[in-house]
Design a protein around this ligand. Structure first.
Ligand code: UDP
Ligand code: MG
Length: 340
């Protein structure tokens, strides 16, 4: 088993690689039930990078697929150079697969790509050239269009990004996981200790000099999107609670509002007691009771959610468990299985 290591300090390494010569580019490809896409992705990206004379490795992370994805990755990693296969012990989710890929990658720069090639691979060349020829550490792919999305999905994603943007000050609506990062940025990300990760936000949070490229999201050609409504809601709630404390402030705001209402109601009640008809206040009492108790329940729910996140972080479990790493041994020429 391989656990992701924990670093004590988050310092950018003092040693920075010199750009200029041909540098190793790691392409990290999280794959979950992608048996129809693995070979296509490997062939397309390899061809593209070889045509452009870029030194590369493809790091496929099998995120506990239930189909033949691992068999395919394993086959490729054992027979072809440049291909590394990482196998999880179960499905840990795309976020974990990204971070596992970043840990295993050896490149001077790393780029993330979806296995379904919805992010156009040609853009990697553009990103690589910008990174190599300029003093930039991150080349971020931003979506020109968001692809096919239904109305409900659009509405919820709008709300989600509003919350994240508002609290973090980072504009993330057009951000994507399609990003090229310098080794220094990857090391900074690897050093971040939290268990619950949100790559898009964390990779903006670390800072560094960033350049943007724009791309169109393509439609998925093979297989289906791995996101279910349940998974999306969990993803949104996890990311909101691990990245912003705005909902906790909602609790405070609700408290202030109910306090103001209760002061007004209180004055009104006292007025009625001394100058009016006091016995007519039952409905007010009931409404107030219901109102305050629902606000209290709601607030407790939000606080409970944060406590559960703290609980998860405090358990210090690894973000993922790697069962094996496979890569073709460049010295002996044979495939070997890395196991610990
Ligand atoms: N993925 C993963 N683990 C998961 C779900 C998805 O590694 O639990 C990978 C998937 O194989 C793909 C990428 O994440 O390479 C994006 O997933 P998908 O295409 O299903 O998402 P969408 O493009 O619909 O947002
Ligand atoms: Mg996709």
């Amino acid at each position: 088993m391989l656990y992701n290591k924990r670093a004590c300090n988050i310092f950018a390494p003092a040693f920075r690689t010199q750009k200029g010569e041909n540098k190793l580019l790691s392409v990290i490809i999280p794959s979950y039930n992608e048996e129809g896409n693995v070979v296509r992705a490997a062939d397309t990206v390899s061809q593209l990078l070889e045509d452009n004379a870029i030194d590369y490795e493809l790091v496929f992370v099998n995120d506990g697929s239930s189909d033949k994805t691992w068999e395919m990755i394993n086959g490729l990693a054992q027979s072809r150079q440049h291909i590394v296969g990482v196998n999880f012990s179960r499905n840990f989710g795309k976020e974990s697969a990204i971070f596992a890929g970043l840990e295993v990658a050896k490149g001077d720069a790393c780029v993330l790509l979806d296995c379904d090639l919805q992010f156009p691979p040609e853009v990697i060349i553009e990103m690589y050239n910008i990174w190599k020829n300029n003093d930039v550490d991150v080349v971020e792919g931003r979506k020109k269009s968001r692809g096919k999305e239904n109305f409900v999905y659009k509405a919820f994603s709008h709300l989600f990004y509003k919350m994240i943007n508002g609290s973090s000050g980072l504009d993330m609506r057009a951000a994507s996981d399609f990003k090229l990062m310098d080794r220094a940025v990857v090391d900074s990300l690897n050093a971040m200790p939290e268990r619950l990760t949100f790559f898009r936000a964390m990779s903006s949070w670390v800072g560094y000099k960033t350049e943007q490229v724009y791309f169109d999201v393509r439609d998925r050609e093979v297989g289906e999107s791995k996101w279910t409504v349940g998974k999306l809601i969990k993803f949104a709630l996890n990311n909101i609670t691990s990245f912003t404390s705005a909902p906790l402030q909602i609790v405070t705001v609700c408290g202030i509002i109910t306090f103001i209402i209760s002061v007004i109601m209180g004055i009104n009640t006292l007025y009625n007691k001394f100058f009016g008809d006091a016995s007519a206040g039952f409905s007010t009492v009931i409404i107030l009771q219901l109102f305050t108790s629902s606000i209290i329940m709601f607030s407790l729910g939000i606080i409970g959610f944060y406590i559960s996140k703290i609980y998860e972080e405090i358990k210090q479990r690894p973000r993922y468990i790697i069962k094996e790493i496979v890569r073709k041994d460049t010295f002996s020429g044979g495939g070997y299985k890395w196991k610990k």
